[in-house]
Design a protein around this ligand. Structure first.
Ligand code: HEC
Ligand code: HEC
Length: 293
């Protein structure tokens, strides 16, 4: 081997093993913003005390139980612990798990993780989330196995082969739809479910009963209808999302991720508002008024 190529090889190795190059630091920064605001994986994957308050020091080490018919699912440890977390997974394996719901061993991740929405997450944002996850301290926590008394789908769709790019930020409504769907899954909770699947003909009209340690809450109507957000100012809607206060100032209850949404920046909030205002006005739960004789 000529000396020149030895140096070239060394240079490549150094580049590969240097942790925080500018590019990586940017990715982690974007991942931290997403994770601590609109995406809020932590709303499910964080550890909590018995009053359901997050324990941020234990990171995304999982364990939260979702006890619903027909499953008993435990959110998993997604810290980089090699034995009990995702420390042994490659970036590509993690992205596949998040967007396609398939683990490295080929098994399918069950509900309530909103995989159907995450499928639309851009390559860049998925990479940023993974970079953030890798930058976290590993936390050991063995999580019980989930029990699904139902047939899990073999997959949530065909393998993702094409490149996924987010809509341009200049298109406020389209970017807002990206925030409310693939990144934030607002639309998952706020669209009426038919057998657990959001009925996209009634987008945003709410009416789903959500059960948990907090009791039962019903997702609200986010469309510009009398029973929804018609007449609300931008500031009132933003306050509901960031601070969990309804229009009359009353506190909204879980499971919305207020602890994370408080960090949604103004630019993203503007796009979210533009999108919500663009929804077709529908009554709560979306039943067409004409059908109610
Ligand atoms: C609504 C709750 C919820 C949200 C939001 C959520 N998850 Fe999950 N996640 C779960 C549950 C529950 C499981 C376990 C499912 C099972 O056992 O099949 C899981 C499993 C996983 C797994 C598989 C880990 C393993 O060891 O099998 C990964 C990886 C993961 N989630 C990452 C994420 C990331 C990253 C996000 C945010 C982009 C996220 N999750 C958002 C509930 C959630
Ligand atoms: C995990 C389910 C879930 C997710 C995800 C979710 N919400 Fe909610 N949201 C609810 C529930 C349930 C309520 C009603 C809480 C109550 O009744 O106290 C609510 C209330 C609201 C309200 C208050 C409306 C009113 O009439 O007071 C707004 C606005 C809202 N959500 C917007 C959003 C937006 C925007 C997102 C995404 C960034 C989002 N939600 C994500 C479940 C969810």
């Amino acid at each position: 081997m000529r000396p020149r190529s030895i140096f070239a090889t060394l240079g490549t190795l150094l580049l590969l093993s240097t942790p925080a190059t500018g590019q990586d630091a940017k990715l982690v920064e974007r991942g931290a913003y997403l994770m601590n605001s609109i995406v809020a994986c932590g709303n499910c994957h964080v550890r909590r005390d018995k009053d359901w308050r997050p324990l941020p020091a234990l990171g995304l080490s999982g364990g939260m139980l979702f006890d619903e018919e027909p499953f008993k699912a435990y959110a998993r440890n997604i810290t980089p612990d090699r034995e009990t977390g995702i420390g042994k997974w490659t970036d590509a394996q993690l992205i596949r798990a998040i967007r396609e719901g398939i683990r490295p061993d080929g098994t399918v991740i069950g509900p309530p993780m909103p995989i159907a929405f995450y499928r639309g997450m851009s390559d860049a944002d998925a990479q940023a989330l993974v970079a953030y996850l890798r930058a976290q301290p590993p936390v050991k926590n063995v999580v019980p196995k989930s029990e699904y008394r139902m047939q899990l789908p073999p997959a949530y769709g065909p393998p993702i082969k094409e490149k996924i790019v987010a809509p341009p930020r200049t298109d406020l409504i389209a970017y807002g739809a990206y925030l409310a769907g693939p990144l934030g899954h607002c639309i998952d909770c706020h669209t009426p479910w038919v057998q657990g699947i959001p009925d996209l003909k009634r987008v945003g009209s709410g009416g789903n009963a959500l059960k948990g340690p907090w009791g039962v809450t019903v997702s609200r109507n986010l469309t510009p209808h009398e029973s929804g957000l018609k007449g609300w100012s931008d500031a009132e809607i933003a306050r509901a999302i960031r601070e969990g206060k309804s229009r009359n100032g009353s506190a909204l209850r879980p499971p919305m991720a207020f602890d994370w949404y408080k960090n949604i920046n103004d630019e993203d909030m503007k796009a979210l508002l533009a999108y919500l205002r663009s929804l077709k006005p529908l009554p709560l739960g979306g039943e067409p008024a004409a059908a109610k004789k």
